[in-house]
Design a protein around this ligand. Structure first.
Ligand SMILES: [Zn+2]
Length: 176
């Protein structure tokens, strides 16, 4: 019996390591592929310098990019993912937050009220429409897009304002 429990423990421990290894590969080595989350958008539709631009009002620094498009342009899921939240907040307006398999949160903001993401979305699937809700009201329509990694990337920290937060807020342009 004791031998049996020893064998059982060995297998269980091995599986536990396996789960951790798969998780780390998912997060750091082979993260989920990310696409530009606005239909027909390309790199000319955002200013490459606006990631971490300051000052940026109440946010201090701009922790994402603004992809400009005409109002009503479809917003697409950047990765396969699960919808964690969708609804209205003061600053972001109508927002959607999705989680991908690499434990990164994808934050889509200033969407139109007509937006609706499915619980499980596949990469490239429409989840909403570009607009200017929240604190983008009165400004040209754009998608604010941020990527937040639950697992830290400490080698990305630098001396900029809030630079330590770069271990969590990834630059979306590096992911496309
Ligand atoms: Zn923005």
């Amino acid at each position: 019996m004791q031998r049996f429990s020893l064998i059982f423990n060995a297998i269980f421990k091995k599986k536990r390591y396996l789960i951790i290894i798969i998780l780390l590969i998912n997060v750091y080595i082979l993260p989920a592929n990310v696409m530009i989350p606005v239909k027909d958008a390309s790199a000319k539709d955002w200013n490459p310098k606006t990631f971490w631009h300051e000052p940026w009002g109440a946010s201090i620094v701009h922790k994402g990019i603004d992809i400009f498009a005409k109002k009503g342009q479809p917003v697409l899921a950047a990765t396969n993912g699960i919808t964690i939240f969708q609804g209205n907040i003061k600053r972001g307006g109508h927002i959607i937050i999705m989680l991908d398999r690499s434990l990164r949160l994808h934050y889509y903001a200033h969407l139109s009220e007509a937006s609706h993401a499915p619980l499980i979305a596949f990469q490239g699937e429409p989840i909403g429409f570009v607009s200017n809700t929240g604190n983008a009201k009165g400004k040209p329509a754009h998608l604010h897009y941020s990527v937040f990694s639950i697992f830290p990337h400490p080698w990305r920290i630098d001396s900029s304002t809030h630079g330590w937060k770069k271990m969590f807020y990834l630059n979306p342009q590096d992911l496309f």
